[in-house]
Design a protein around this ligand. Structure first.
Ligand SMILES: Cc1ncc(COP(=O)(O)O)c(C=O)c1O
Length: 503
């Protein structure tokens, strides 16, 4: 008799028991985040554990799970911790964890095939995003793995729509004018994913024209106008301007209404990178800060940052859905669909694979859909406003604390500041503040990052964390000053985790 194998367990009750334990452990972990260090440096033996070849034979799942608990779980980035504020990262919501498990339990593929509920969920989530961000319902859209992918998709549409020749069919070299290189504009502060996007789109790094920023790190409109005119004069072909709603470094917001006007006047595609900042639009007290964003031809943003869904999930919206289809729609015979009203290949809703470069995608929409329903969008709006208010609180603490200095006035949810001492020059202060950052991380107290503003290094605190409380900033400021003094005095610091006292 033929012996046929399956990857299913022989004994489902064992898997059930392990799964229950794993859920309990995961819930305990999430419920006790505040009691843990904000980050824990993975020791060398953990790294060593992950060497050796692929396992040819089986291992008991209990053992594999024990390995996970010992070697993997304690050494995470820590972004779900209440005092994680480095770079700009989200914190995750517990129900998204459940949603991920449910999506995985049916091995759900989304965006293709017909009469599949996943697609209805994703389309509803896209409609919600459009509604919340002031975008028209008929716009095209897609959930992505993050804002890098969203920027890439949006710039591909922008390039194809505004090149003036058939980029998709002929490639960039097809332009008879030869020299008519396509150019895209953004400020020096805009995110590196835009550089990667123009490179991947075959336009070359130098085609991303970086425009100087003003004192508040927003694109300089006069410099933009001059650069576009100068580029046109030498035969380049400007296609797109990118405005940033919340820069990674300082949370600055480019003058979006003025950029929208400029793009209309100059017949350029207006793209907005609103990775985290786009969601300012749902907070009634702050939405004016991103006014004009809704006029963009395309909008890229994340749901895994300020909306706190677990990684990964981002989104791209394109005002002219046809332009998005013209860039990505492609139907080989093995994916033929659209005939009749029965089976998986009829078309009850558009196939989302026609709106991006990926065919098979996971069911990211489920966690968004469940979380939006669980909390209601008004609660997300309140949490965003709370973070903005907390950032204002931290800014106030920094201003009121001798020895601390702001890099620039806070504009949204990011505060950049440094510890200063009159006897130290900028180079020494750069080193000192970098050391303070490392000590805060290594001691598990908090995780800020360091960013450079106007050539100087500052501690960078991005508040996109629904678990943070104001008292966490009291602690941060106290610790920065204490460490600053300690390090400046050259006293050797012990790198062990000292659970900070929070009163
Ligand atoms: C302004 C901005 N754009 C794009 C990105 C890239 O987003 P992701 O990390 O989701 O790919 C980031 C990431 O922090 C960002 O801050």
């Amino acid at each position: 008799m033929t012996h046929e194998e399956t990857l299913d367990p022989q004994d489902w009750s064992e898997l059930r028991a392990l799964a229950h334990r794993a859920v309990d452990d995961a819930v305990d972990y999430m419920a006790s985040l505040r009691e843990r260090p904000a980050w824990q440096h993975a020791p060398a033996h953990v790294k060593e554990h992950f060497s050796g070849g692929a396992p040819a034979g089986p291992q008991a799942v209990e053992e594999i799970y024990a390995e996970y608990l010992e070697y993997v779980r304690p050494y995470q980035l820590g972004n779900s911790h209440p005092r994680f504020w480095g770079w700009v990262l989200g914190t995750g919501t517990p129900l998204s964890v459940v949603a991920e498990m449910l999506a995985a339990s049916t091995d759900a593929v989304s965006g293709i095939y017909s009469f599949v509920a996943n697609n209805y969920v994703e389309l509803q989530v896209l409609d919600w995003c459009k509604e919340l961000l002031g975008y028209p319902t008929e716009a095209g859209g897609l959930l992505t793995s993050g804002c890098s992918a969203s920027n890439l998709i949006a710039l591909a549409v922008a390039r194809n729509a505004r090149a003036g020749f058939d980029v998709r069919g002929q490639g960039l070299a097809a332009d008879d004018a030869g020299a008519a290189r396509l150019t895209v504009y953004c400020s020096t502060e805009a995110h590196s994913s835009l550089t990667k996007a123009v490179e991947l789109l075959g336009m070359g790094t130098t085609s991303l024209r970086r425009v100087p920023a003003d004192d508040l790190m927003r694109i300089d409109l006069d410099a933009l106008a001059e650069l576009v005119a100068a580029d046109r004069a030498v035969g380049l072909r400007p296609v797109c301007v990118v405005g940033v709603a919340g820069t990674t470094n300082t949370g600055s917001i480019d003058p979006l209404p003025e950029l929208a006007d400029f793009c209309v006047a100059q017949d350029l595609w207006f793209h907005v990178d609103g990775a985290f900042g786009a969601w300012t639009a749902i907070a009634p007290e702050s939405r004016r800060l991103v006014a004009g964003m809704e006029r963009a031809d395309s909008l890229a943003f994340d749901l895994h940052k300020w909306m706190n869904l677990t990684y990964p999930v981002g989104c791209v919206l394109v005002r002219d859905a046809q332009a998005q289809l013209d860039t990505f729609s492609l139907t080989p015979s093995y994916l033929a669909h659209g005939e009749g009203e029965r089976g998986l290949t009829a078309v009850d809703v558009p196939w989302l694979s026609d709106f991006g470069f990926e065919l098979s995608r996971g069911f990211h929409a489920l966690k968004v859909w469940m979380a939006f329903k669980e909390h209601g969008t008004e609660k997300f709006a309140r949490v965003i406003q709370q973070n903005i208010d907390q950032a204002r609180y931290l800014e106030g603490l920094v201003t009121a604390t001798p020895g601390l200095e702001l890099a620039l006035p806070r504009q949204l949810n990011i505060v950049c500041f440094r510890y200063v001492r009159p006897e130290l020059d900028d180079a020494a202060l750069d080193r000192l503040n970098k050391e303070i950052e490392l000590e805060l991380q290594e001691r598990g107290i908090a995780v800020p990052s360091v960013s450079t503003v106007n050539g100087r290094k500052y501690l960078h605190v991005a508040v996109a964390n629904h678990r943070t409380r104001r008292e966490d900033f009291d602690l941060l400021v106290r610790e920065v000053v204490r460490l600053g003094k300690e390090l400046a005095a050259g006293s050797g610091s012990q790198r062990t985790y000292l659970a900070p006292e929070i009163s």
